[in-house]
Design a binder for this molecule. Structure first.
Ligand SMILES: [Mn+2]
Length: 346
């Protein structure tokens, strides 16, 4: 009898425990591939504490989905992660599940977003901070500056530089506070340090922590050496791109074998003399190409929108900004992507 009684008591207590387990965790999910994502996460951490989850586009949905099973999660920030036609509905579904669990969600971003999705997010009471004209870190700074150190303005100015958005109303005001050359140097050192550590998430999380403590990129141990190594790699690409890139009527393109595609896309753009540069790298394990697209100043088309539509038609996904965007294209459709993209650039 006693045993059964104890057992029942145990069950009851367990139930009470589960019900009363308080949600207290703060998590920021941010983009791992550039200074805007890493810096947004750093400012969120400084303002609200909590943990950081760094995501890239292939991992984003599964990273968010995991959070729906986190019973401690109370407050979620999502930063600098744009949506595409392929994942936007799933994104709303996952956020809806989180909202039903009473998780407070703030989504800060500057990528082009479907109006229908915007309305859906408002409906489920996701707090939206969304301006396509300013980088994410500048928007985080602007929204939460009362909770941030003065130095956070410098971090935001650097992020604006790396996102080509230091000429925008808010971004330029922040940059004005500082010496331009210093900001350019620090922004580049940070970016190259991030690019050189894409396979080392623990290190990237460490960068978020260091930046959240109001440190300059030059104070990060070995950051200048990391930048130097990256500069060496990038400059070596100039010669390779000149020899290997292919030219179509409206774009230059090149397959990349052993480097990130995004850095190379800039060189392809510059050296092709065309208004659009495309670089792509095969990810064998996924059977897809990771594609980077860059547009020149004189390119008047919104490349992010074109790439979003075209990549979805070809069974992939993609999108981004008017002059800088990316896509995931099934391996067998890469040629088709190039010819159709070229045709759409008339
Ligand atoms: Mn950004």
């Amino acid at each position: 009898m006693l045993d059964i009684f104890s057992l029942n008591e145990g069950c009851k207590n367990h139930k009470v425990m589960t019900i009363s387990a308080k949600r207290s965790k703060v998590i920021c999910v941010s983009h791992m591939e550039d200074a805007d994502g890493i810096s947004s996460a750093a400012l969120i951490k400084q303002a609200f504490g909590g943990d950081t989850v760094l995501a890239d586009y292939p991992s984003l949905m599964s990273d968010l989905d995991k959070l729906t099973r986190d019973e401690k999660l109370k407050t979620l920030y999502i930063c600098d992660l744009g949506l595409s036609k392929k994942n936007q509905d799933e994104f709303v579904d996952i956020l809806n599940t989180l909202r039903k669990n009473h998780v407070s969600i703030t989504y800060v971003d500057h990528h082009d977003i479907d109006k229908r999705i915007l309305t859906k997010l408002q409906k489920i009471k996701v707090k939206l901070i969304h301006d396509v004209k300013e980088c994410t870190t500048v928007q985080v700074y602007d929204a939460f500056k009362s909770k941030l150190s003065d130095h956070a303005a410098f971090t935001a100015a650097c992020a604006a530089i790396t996102d080509y958005m230091e000429d925008r109303p808010k971004g330029s005001k922040l940059l004005q506070i500082y010496d331009r050359q210093l900001a350019l140097l620090e922004a580049t050192v940070l970016t190259y340090t991030i690019v050189g550590h894409q396979k080392d998430t623990d290190y990237l999380i460490y960068l978020v922590d260091v930046l959240s403590e109001s440190k300059y990129p030059h104070e990060i141990p070995n950051s200048f050496e990391f930048a130097r190594i990256q500069a060496e790699k990038l400059s070596a690409w100039i010669k390779i791109v000149k020899e290997d890139m292919k030219i179509m009527k409206n774009l230059g393109h090149m397959e990349v074998l052993n480097s990130g595609a995004s850095g190379v896309a800039n060189f392809v753009l510059g050296m092709s003399g065309k208004d659009v540069g495309v670089a792509y790298k095969l990810r064998k394990e996924h059977g897809i190409y990771a594609v980077s697209v860059r547009g020149s100043k004189s390119c008047k088309l919104h490349l992010g929108k074109i790439v979003n539509n075209l990549s979805t038609e070809l069974g992939g996904s993609g999108g981004g900004h008017d002059k800088a965007c990316g896509a995931i294209i099934p391996k067998a459709k890469m040629k088709k992507f190039l010819t159709q993209f070229n045709a759409k650039l008339k």
